[in-house]
Ligand binder design. Sequence first.
Ligand SMILES: Nc1ncnc2c1ncn2[C@@H]1O[C@H](COP(=O)(O)OP(=O)(O)OP(=O)(O)O)[C@@H](O)[C@H]1O
Ligand SMILES: [Mg+2]
Length: 423
Amino acid sequence: MICFNQFKDRSKTRLQKSAPTLKSQSKFNVSESERATSSCSATPPRRITEIYEEKAQNLRVFTFAELKQATNNFNRLLKIGEGGFGCVYKGTINPPEGKAGDPMIVAIKKLSKDGCQGHKQWVAEVQILGVVDHPNLVKLIGYCAVDAERGIQRLLVFEYMPKKSLDEHIFNRAGSTLSWERRLQIILGAAEGLAYLHEELEIQVIYRDFKSSNILLDGEFKAKLSDFGLAREGPTAGHTHVSTAVVGTYGYAAPDYIETGHLTSKSDVWSFGVVVYEMLTGRRSLERELPKPEQKLLEWVKQNPADSRRFSMIIDPRLENDYPLSAARKVAKLADSCLVRSGKERPKMSKVVEALKDIIAEAAACVESPPVKYLEDAEDSPAPAEQMAPSIKRRFTHLAKISENLDGVNTRRFMMMQRAKVT
Ligand SMILES: Nc1ncnc2c1ncn2[C@@H]1O[C@H](COP(=O)(O)OP(=O)(O)OP(=O)(O)O)[C@@H](O)[C@H]1O
Ligand SMILES: [Mg+2]
């Protein structure tokens, strides 16, 4: 996916000679005109740099030698990914000197000399991850910044996410498929991470690069947002937006932001809607290999809206129809509300979280909405048990049990009733 980062003056950025205090270089240093001035408030709201200084001691400062050792000299065999920032390696770090504890597996991001992202983003990432603390945001353990004779080195050390990123699961046809339930949990976790950034911090943070490759998954497939290089402080009281250069990733950025450069938290809400459709369909927001009418995901899904009979055609075939249709429709409608043209009309992320929780709770509380595959089988007679996928078989048995209790109503009729409810 192409980034359209516009840090043309990267070469002009003056680099520090030692581990950074991260004070004067922040992209969070927005101009005064962008910020609210509060004449009546005795204590003006704090800036991210101030909050960072208070919490900076929580981050560990690594030497380059330590990280070289941790990755066996940045061994290619330990490389686990590569993005605009540079390469990502799996490594093992020892506890800080003088402290007891086991070695820890980490992910180490090394800023590449010719990466399209730069030092400025590295600083932003350290600052923002240095002050946030939420189960759905990746944990930054520490950093390394050295300006040696043989060049500068900028590295970030993160908690290691064994299941890598969401995109590798939903777009990689070769790997195992994420179940419907897991997809919903992941999208809920990502929504909670965004809601925290937008609504629960002392300052508002706009993430600006919400996309499936930036949603990492831990061992239990819990979602954690990563990559805060483009994040920036939101508008302060009395201001509706922050004016910025347009940066982000094509296919995910909100049209109003691209057109005006006016950034608000609702720009992230749009990107969230895009990722929800990626998760529903198993397709990337832009897929150049597909026939023209299907290349742009949002245009394609519009042809098969949530209320239409054709809707199930867009759902990821890798789910093998093992998902509840009514819940899928609700999720798509929620995504549609995030994808309205006017930013103001899009819901706040806390509302999105609430709605997702309701959809998940409803699905868990009743068998109101059987999987699509099951409904199709009901058209004729139920498929023989040996032809059913195990999860479908489980739900079939469950439904059959319920239907046994319906006096004089056979399984087929029960299934038809269920169908009437969901269409
Ligand atoms: N903490 C981590 N634990 C495990 N794997 C990681 C971690 N951070 C990144 N990765 C892996 O490295 C890959 C590259 O990540 P990176 O964020 O550098 O690039 P990207 O998201 O693919 O692209 P972009 O530069 O546009 O953000 C990820 O897709 C993921 O597979
Ligand atoms: Mg990334």
